[in-house]
Every structure is written in structure tokens, then in C-alpha cells.
Design a binder for this molecule. Structure first.
Ligand code: ZN
Length: 60
């Protein structure tokens, strides 16, 4: 079965391909890197909300 690598759009095969659905280890690492950088942005917003909640409790 022929597939197209979602990273570099190069044609590759599904069978006997350890990096599927990518064409190579390089493309697999590029895709994993995208997810890692998106996760990195999340923690900053969470800590801001927590700080506000603690402030309200001390006012009471
Ligand atoms: Zn590729």
C-alpha cells in the first residue's frame, strides 16, 4: 500500500515501514517535536488562574 508522508509529502509504503505513517525516522521526530512545543505553552496559563483564586480566599 502506498501512503504519503504527512510531514514531507513524500510517497512511501505502509508495509515494512517502521516509521509509518511517516517516510523516515527524521519525519517522525519532526512530528513529535510539533506536539512537544504545543504542550510547552499550556502550563503558563494554568498558574495564572490558580493565583487569582488564592487571592479571593484571603479577602474573606
Ligand atoms: Zn517524510
Amino acid at each position: 500500500m502506498q501512503i504519503v508522508c504527512p510531514v514531507c509529502k513524500k510517497k512511501t509504503t505502509w508495509e515494512e515501514n517502521p516509521w509509518r505513517p511517516f517516510c523516515s525516522e527524521r519525519c517522525k521526530l519532526i512530528d513529535l517535536g510539533k506536539w512537544a512545543s504545543e504542550e510547552y505553552k499550556v502550563p503558563g496559563e494554568g498558574t495564572g488562574e490558580k493565583g487569582e483564586k488564592e487571592k479571593k480566599e484571603t479577602d474573606n
